[in-house]
Ligand binder design. Structure first.
Ligand SMILES: C[S@@+](CC[C@H](N)C(=O)[O-])C[C@H]1O[C@@H](n2cnc3c(N)ncnc32)[C@H](O)[C@@H]1O
Length: 408
């Protein structure tokens, strides 16, 4: 399918647009081509099996970084993501023989990304699992009440594994940790929990309601065989040795995107990233069980994970992040930033237009990057979008809009 290039009409002023009840930001994109196309397949699970190790809120499809990494970097280059999430960009960079640099303010991102960049063999997982005393008796009276999610014996096994992993941190242990995180809650018998949501950890009270509606109590789910089965499927595409080679040359940092202290100035060739879209996702609430399992205190992240309802605050946050990217990206390097459309004050706001505004205003990022074009991936809704009832132009994000900027 040929790409459609739709430049914005310079003849429509912001005032005119406002009177037509169109988002006034639209005119700010004048002159920048938007390319509408299906740049990558809408099909699910087409990339390396390691990408599908674990769910994460608002993660992008691996096809997205794949597309930009292939076009805008070379083997050996440094490819970064300051909002790393589950490490999709870093993993795809490593799979394409680049070095990855992954950052996120939430240390959970490092826990999810490291094992994917340093995968081990199925046999090593099996051998290690045989050394862990999952069923060891223990006093559970002082533990967090998770009885709405887990049968008491399943819970005992999870706690024994959690304690083991707090002490043992080899690459095999870290891989087991990743797989265990992915099994904490979900809708099929392959998960440790009673029937639940796979993509988000729901509040305890909601889980209790689900159990009541379904008329069930959590049944016993032996965790060792479930971990092994999932590990096998995650490792099925192979290539661990090559991945580890580039994984070892990669860097994982836990910082605020506005101050990437461990990223060297003018070192990064390409950034492929996606920031939080205002407060559309609550990353702390939606990952609470994963964070509990890893011993990450939710309170330590309050105020650090940026999820703001204020457009002004969001613009300042993104502008400061772009200034930091200006510091770390090489001159001529590229930033591909994926943003969406959000409902804001009862209108639909295209955040790509806000990025254009930032790039033009002196008090924001003027002079740092030149926006070359905006890619709009046209595709069918994903299963996840449907399950969250995201329908066209109604609730949350339903297009991928990638703003391509070149560092001046
Ligand atoms: C849209 S998600 C990125 C998902 C990622 N592209 C993936 O495929 O998994 C945005 C991420 O930004 C992180 N984040 C929020 N505030 C941050 C900040 N101030 N500095 C760095 N990361 C932040 C969140 O923890 C979340 O993981």
């Amino acid at each position: 399918m040929a790409a459609r290039i739709i430049p914005f009409s310079p003849s429509v002023t912001a005032k005119e647009e406002r009177s037509r009840n169109v988002n006034p930001q639209q005119s700010l994109t004048t002159g920048i081509p938007r390319i509408f196309d299906e740049f990558w397949t809408a099909k699910q699970r087409q990339m390396h099996s390691l990408h599908y190790a674990v769910s994460y809120r608002a993660s992008f499809k691996p096809e997205l970084p794949d597309y930009f990494i292939k076009r805008f970097s070379n083997p050996g280059d440094l490819v970064g993501d300051p909002f790393g999430g589950r490490g999709t960009t870093a993993l795809q960079a490593v799979l394409l023989e680049r070095r990855g640099i992954n950052n996120d303010v939430n240390p959970l991102s490092e826990r999810l990304t490291y094992p994917k960049l340093n995968p081990i063999s199925e046999e090593e997982v099996e051998e290690r699992l045989n050394e862990i005393s999952f069923a060891r008796p223990r006093d559970m009276s002082g533990e967090e009440d998770l009885s709405m999610f887990y049968h008491p014996e399943t819970y005992r096994e999870i706690l024994n594994l959690k304690d083991f992993l707090a002490e043992n941190r080899t690459d095999v242990d870290r891989f087991i940790e990743l797989i265990a995180i992915s099994r904490l809650h979900g809708h099929s018998p392959g998960f440790f929990s009673a029937y639940s949501f796979p993509q988000i950890s729901i509040p305890k009270s909601n889980q209790a309601k689900i159990n009541k509606t379904r008329g069930v109590e959590p049944d016993y789910r032996e965790i060792k065989t479930r971990i092994l089965k999932k590990a096998k499927s995650v490792l099925k595409d192979g290539g661990s040795e090559k991945i580890r080679k580039f994984g070892k040359k990669s860097l994982l940092t836990v910082s605020d995107s506005r101050n990437l202290k461990e990223w060297k100035s003018e070192s990064v060739d390409l950034v492929v990233t996606s920031p939080p879209f205002l407060n559309q996702v609550d990353y702390i609430a939606d990952g609470w069980l994963e964070m509990w399992f890893c011993g990450i205190e939710k309170s330590s992240l309050q105020g650090k994970v940026v999820q703001t309802p204020s457009l002004d605050e969001w613009m300042k946050f993104i502008s400061d992040t772009i200034s930091e990217l200006y510091r770390v990206v090489k001159p001529g390097g590229i930033v591909a930033m994926e943003v969406g459309e959000v409902r804001y004050q009862s209108k639909l706001l295209n955040l790509d237009e806000i990025l254009v505004q930032l790039s033009r205003e002196k008090r924001y990022n003027a002079g740092q990057f030149t926006i070359k074009e905006i890619y709009v991936q046209s595709q069918e809704f994903t299963k996840l979008a449907n399950c969250f009832k995201v329908t066209n132009n109604e609730l949350g994000t339903n297009t991928n809009r990638i703003v391509l900027m070149e560092r001046n």
